[in-house]
Design a protein around this ligand. Structure first.
Ligand SMILES: Nc1ncnc2c1ncn2[C@@H]1O[C@H](COP(=O)(O)OP(=O)(O)OP(=O)(O)O)[C@@H](O)[C@H]1O
Length: 317
């Protein structure tokens, strides 16, 4: 596989004219073949970033390179390599499913390719709907058609902007399987989602954006290892009324207000949870009833970062 980045953003800035720019000096390199999840709250700038690459938003300044081609030199051809599954469903209701895909092929400078349309419809389980009008599709089918439209011209870089918003659990799982298949076949995927389980499931790397600034870019596994926390939760059979043993308190454990639960965040370099438990078992007044460990998830990490908790960040790149 080529080592040319699928996408490079250098100092990308977009100002719609509001108080804050929608994007400020975003530098980001997307590797070919990876699944990259771009995460951030509403209004963070995700759709603006995607729109700038796809030609829907006119950037204010900075450079965008698609597979090494600068969009300032040629704003059209490099974009033939890009597919977009937009957030909002937008079909002409008077075309059939297959007609809408032929139109899409033409839009990307390709000849009508019936075999490809059939292939994409089959992959997305829409083969029986080829002649139906798009307005007659169910919500889930419309979502699948959006993906078919984005893929029919065989793009090498695909943006999925909230691809599973409003779809049921089963379809969501099907779409995840399909996205993984696409990535395995070499397609580069940039995904935005508010559904963090989706990013946790699919992404190789994660970028976190807020108020138009890219705060962090990191391998998902490394991020979960670095900032993820293992928490030991100890429940007591009756409320604890004595103070915590000093060693336990100093290690960072806290007792709930009702005295029934102790929480210990087990971070790297801190006392192992086993030591804390042993102390509790051997100290009077701590009737341990149950013990469980919980691992923090991408969701917890994102919330911490957005709240400005220090991350010793790997930095944005
Ligand atoms: N066409 C526009 N004109 C003016 N301001 C806009 C326009 N589109 C977006 N914005 C503003 O730019 C900022 C970034 O919006 P954007 O849609 O890129 O965020 P987002 O991260 O995709 O949000 P969401 O998760 O809600 O889709 C917001 O403050 C938004 O109000």
């Amino acid at each position: 596989m080529s080592s040319t980045p699928a996408l490079e953003l250098r100092g990308l800035t977009k100002n719609y004219g509001g108080k804050l720019p929608a994007l400020t000096d975003v530098n980001l390199t997307i590797r070919p073949g990876e699944i990259f999840a771009l995460l951030g709250p509403n209004g963070a700038g995700k759709t603006t970033l995607i729109g700038s690459v796809c030609g829907l938003v006119k950037k204010t300044s900075g450079k965008i390179l698609v597979f090494g081609h600068d969009l300032d030199d040629d704003p059209v051809r490099p974009r033939y390599e890009v597919g977009l599954v937009p957030q909002e469903i937008n079909f002409d209701p008077f075309f059939s499913v297959s007609e809408s895909l032929y139109i899409q092929q033409g839009y990307y400078g390709q000849k009508r390719d019936e075999a490809r349309v059939k292939e994409v419809l089959t992959a997305l389980n829409l083969q029986n709907k080829a002649d139906s009008l798009t307005r007659a599709l169910s919500g889930g089918m419309k979502r699948r058609l959006l993906i078919a439209k984005a893929l029919v011209h065989k793009p090498r870089l695909v943006f999925l902007d909230e691809p599973t918003a409003g779809v049921d659990v089963e379809l969501r799982r099907d779409l995840w399987t399909y996205v993984r298949k696409l990535a395995d076949a070499g397609t580069t995927i940039v995904l935005t989602t508010h559904y963090l389980e989706e990013a946790e499931e699919l992404a190789d790397r994660v970028g976190i954006i807020n108020e138009g600034k890219l705060l962090l870019v990191e391998e998902k596994k490394a991020l979960l290892r670095r900032l993820g926390e293992k928490r030991l939760i100890v429940t007591f059979t009756e409320p604890v009324t004595v103070p915590l043993p000093e060693a336990v308190r100093k290690a960072g454990a806290t007792l709930s207000a009702d005295g029934r639960t102790l929480t210990y965040p087990e971070r790297e370099g801190c006392a192992p949870g086993g030591d804390i438990l042993r102390t509790l078992y051997t100290t009077q007044g701590f009737p341990v009833g149950g013990v469980e460990t919980r691992h923090s998830r991408l969701e917890d990490i994102l919330i911490d970062i957005l709240r400005g908790k220090p991350t010793a960040a790997a930095g944005a790149s």
